[in-house]
Design a binder for this molecule. Structure first.
Ligand SMILES: *Cc1c(COP(=O)(O)O)cnc(C)c1O
Length: 383
């Protein structure tokens, strides 16, 4: 068995309590003990999402399944959908809405920049809009979009507000009810720190009303919220065979999160980010996004021209056992992405990474700025 320190855009390392739960004996998907596990997952997800929405559950599938479930239920052919596109995942949301027959209006910002809510407002004012879709934490660029401001603008124009919070949930304040978000989805393997394979999702009352008023039938059975609720809700009838062990592990991961406390967890992610940033800057590096819109859990580091980023990632992986992420799309070769998610969001982990980073840069003949060890020292000294 090979173990890596997973400092990429996800998955992150899973806490032992959650890993151990994967070894529990299989139960039937309608076993009363298993149904209790589902109930506890629902209650814990409501706390983590900060919502009272009864329609809060974990879709069997990765984050993209959550995206597919949210949009498949809420988009009807011909709906006008305004989509914020300032990175890879916003673009995927736009493409998915188009494939479902929506009239998609993209509001773009350069990759690495946050979206201006005024630009979104202008797009909403351009016609009767059913849905506003945005990514809270754009994992491809390290940019945080202002979720509360975007939700306010969406509601002002009577659009349902849809959010991708795959990377933010569990690492950055997500307040579904406080922001005024109508539906949102996430993924189990990023800041929630659970094994890959489940997608938390929540639908509020306004979203449910649109689903119940659909004129066309839901094109998917697997993602049909009203049908799936017959399994998750009080009826407890078969919809699909839940991935049993994944649910056990997810229940444990959520317990670990709530035992720590959400606010402490957010503070820990910030402290790890500050340590990493201090170290990177001491070594002469900068992050891609402007200071006010940086994600703590995903750091997009701008590389000097000529540095072979594939060789850098290869050395980190094979020599140090550390995985980091490459740039996606137009940022390929120009940035690397360093994730400090879930249990990896530690100042000591940031310092450990910086030491390995420095060694790898020197080995590639690209010694960083500052004295040897300056990055590690700055990370330890960071407040
Ligand atoms: C990872 C990610 C997804 C997709 O999740 P998968 O688990 O890879 O399917 C969607 N949106 C964002 C912002 C992500 O970071």
């Amino acid at each position: 068995m090979i173990e890596r320190l997973l400092l990429g855009p996800g998955p992150s390392n899973v806490p032992p309590e959650s890993l151990q739960a994967l070894l529990r004996p299989t139960l039937g998907h309608l076993d009363p003990d298993f149904l209790q596990v589902m109930n506890r997952i629902r209650e814990r997800l409501q706390l983590v999402f900060r919502t009272k929405n009864p329609h809060t559950l974990a879709v069997s599938g990765t984050g993209t399944a959550g995206m597919e479930m949210m949009l498949t239920n809420l988009v009807e052919r011909g709906d006008r959908v305004v989509v914020v596109v300032n990175g890879f995942f916003g673009g995927r949301g736009a493409e998915m809405a188009r494939r479902l027959g929506a009239e998609v209006v993209e509001v773009k910002a350069p990759w690495g920049q946050p979206i201006d809510p005024a630009a979104v407002e202008a797009a909403l004012a351009g016609g009767r809009t059913a849905l506003l879709y945005f990514v809270h934490a754009e994992t491809s660029t390290g940019v945080r979009n202002d979720a509360a401001a975007l939700a306010t603008v969406g509601r002002r124009h009577d659009a349902l507000v849809l959010m991708d919070c795959v990377t933010s949930l569990g690492g950055l304040p997500v307040d579904i009810d406080g922001f005024g978000v109508d539906a949102a989805f996430s993924g189990s393997q990023k800041c929630l720190g659970a094994p890959c394979g489940l997608a938390p999702i929540t639908f509020g009352a306004r979203a449910l009303a649109k689903i119940e008023a659909r004129k066309s039938p839901m094109p998917s059975i697997y993602f049909d919220l009203l049908w799936l609720e017959k399994y998750w809700g009080s009826e407890k009838s078969y919809h699909h065979t839940a991935p049993i062990q994944n649910f056990f592990a997810f229940e444990e991961a959520l317990r670990v999160i709530l035992d720590e406390g959400l606010d402490r967890r957010f503070e820990r992610h910030l402290a790890a980010h500050r340590a990493l940033l201090a170290g990177l800057q001491a070594m002469g590096f900068e992050l891609l996004p402007p200071a006010a819109n940086r994600l703590p859990m995903l750091n997009a580091v701008v590389l000097p021209a000529g540095l072979d980023e594939a060789a850098l990632r290869k050395r980190l992986l094979l020599h140090h056992g550390i995985e980091i992420g490459a740039g996606l799309g137009e940022l390929k070769g120009k940035i690397v992405r360093i994730g400090l998610m879930g249990r990896n969001a530690q100042r000591s982990t940031a310092a450990l990474f910086l030491g390995a980073f420095e060694e790898s840069l020197r080995a590639l003949g690209s010694a960083p700025a500052g004295a040897p060890g300056a990055g590690v020292a700055a990370a330890h000294a960071a407040a």
